[in-house]
Design a protein around this ligand. Sequence first.
Ligand code: PLP
Length: 391
Amino acid sequence: MYQQLYQHFLTGHQGKQHFACHSHHFWPDVTRQAMLEYWDLSAAESDEKWQQVFGVKLPATQKLLAEVLGSHHPEQVVFAPNTHELVMRLLSCFDWGQPIRILTTDSEFYSFQRQASRLQESGQVELTVIPTAPFTDFEARFIAAAAAGDFDLVFCSQVFFNSGVALTDLSAFVQQLDKVTDAMIAIDGYHGFMALPVDLSAIEHRIFYLAGSYKYAQAGEGCCFMLTPAGNSYRPFYTGWFAEFGALQQERSEQVPYSDDGFRFAGATMDFSALYRLHAVLQLFKQQQITVGQIHQYVQQLQQAFLQQLTTLDQQVLTENQLLKRDLTQHGHFLTFALENAALAESLADFLKQHHILTDFRGNRLRFGFAMYQRAEQFDLSCLSSFSHRK
Ligand SMILES: Cc1ncc(COP(=O)(O)O)c(C=O)c1O
């Protein structure tokens, strides 16, 4: 029923089964008009366009994002081209004269994990890493670790990129963390945002919530964002001139001034065409009354149909035992199979690609993503019966 929104991308991928939506999601057709709108505005207004960008489109996008997140503070949303930039900005809130003590998991995406590991190499960061597996008691183990240590930053995903497993209750998780630590709490919500219904209203004063447009927000690369706590007084030293917006009229004091809202975490000039796309998608869903809850329900049905089909096939390569999960009703929008080794995952992904089935893998983990533009009756995984892996 949703396919009509994606005619351009579906036409471009005719004959393919696209199970890589958790990585690069198809863009709805409205994003094309949004690109043209940005181009036309630039042509017509040149650098006068910023009034429209900053005065109209950006606040409208903040508002739409806040609605999806259950936030009462749209002005606390800041944008950046990628989450790595936002991660660095958070890290730069601390005193680099001593090591930054960070509690995190072994399943954070590379934008955080690689950067934190590199800083650990140079002694700038001390990492305490909690494995996400076994998933059953992950939250309890993580909160116990937060209580046992003295941390500057707690960094954890809402949905883990290497399994699809989601925190059972994000608000309860943060509230329990809050009881045991004063550390800054950052949640990487990239695999949760626009996939799982989220209501941050009870915790938005306590967390930094990072996500972006590339995945389930369906608007492509270039527009990540962070919801920041209202009234915080952090002064990130990795700071760009946008971070002074709203503070521009202040008398210059001895100290570098910062904006009072989310912009205090801003960088500098960026290409806002991605924000135009994101606005167009959020606006489309609002107009069509398509909620994240409905999307989630639809995707869950797709996942069930997919798993059901696997059981009916004569194949042993993707089995229930290999599926990483805790509770499939509270799971990200991709299914992850932990295969025997990375070579097998790569060879199976190649084989599937030859059969026009697009997936992706991370190490030995093969991931199948699901999206609104798929139809369960079009799933055809029968080629798996003829897969054989030559070691
Ligand atoms: C959990 C998570 N966070 C962040 C990102 C993207 O990071 P960046 O915007 O820095 O490229 C991804 C991309 O796959 C991800 O899976």
